[in-house]
Design a protein. Structure first.
Length: 204
């Protein structure tokens, strides 16, 4: 079953197994930016900080009788200090990667809500990593994407299929390589992991 069948109401989480061209509207995210391989402690700390802030906002909104702030899946942008078209998941050294870990939030979320959640987390747990969390608006626009099923190590094969569609459509990469994680690697077998791979594009 593909992701868009499981999540029909969310255009950001629909994806087919074959490369497709999509146009995405602007959205808000809480983000933390850093550098290094995803298995390193900085990325893991950033993910923990994002979830802490997201769930704190969710519980605060529920307590106040507000709308349910459902926590969306983890996402990340990936790049390196090379021209964007030269960043290669399979060849660029992982230690040279740069990243922005993100969780999409409803359009109604404000900077004040994010700052209040950060203060609450620090007061409760002393986790100052959350001080790095910021609220940003992200407009991806036109992009090529697909649903990758399998371990993260095999993503370059799927990316190559996306690049082939770009070439055939006379498109070039614009912006950073984008991944949306629909599975939890701690609980899901690698061959069953589902990840949306997305690459913003422009006319060549």
């Amino acid at each position: 079953m593909t992701a868009h069948k499981k999540l029909p109401l969310d255009p950001f989480l629909r994806a087919a197994k074959e490369p497709e061209l999509v146009v995405l509207p602007p959205a808000k995210f809480i983000c933390v930016e850093g550098a290094g391989a995803p298995e390193e402690s900085d990325f893991q700390a950033a993910v923990g900080a994002l979830y802490s802030v997201a769930y704190t906002m969710k519980f605060a909104a529920k307590k106040a009788g507000g709308p349910d702030l459902k926590v969306a899946p983890l996402e990340a942008l990936w790049w390196a200090n090379v021209p964007r078209h030269e960043f290669d998941l399979g060849r660029t050294p992982r230690t040279a990667w740069r990243w922005k870990a993100m969780i999409r939030v409803p359009a109604s979320v404000t900077k004040a809500q994010v700052e209040a959640a950060k203060k609450a987390v620090i007061a409760k747990r002393g986790d100052h990593e959350v001080s790095k969390v910021v609220l940003e608006k992200f407009a991806e626009g036109r992009a090529i994407q697909l649903l990758h099923i399998g371990p993260y190590a095999t993503e370059p094969v799927s990316v190559a299929r996306m690049r082939a569609m770009m070439d055939a459509s006379k498109l070039v990469p614009r912006g950073y390589h984008h991944e949306i994680y629909l599975g939890d690697p701690r609980r899901t077998k690698p061959e069953k992991l589902k990840t949306i791979l997305r690459q913003p594009v422009a006319a060549a």
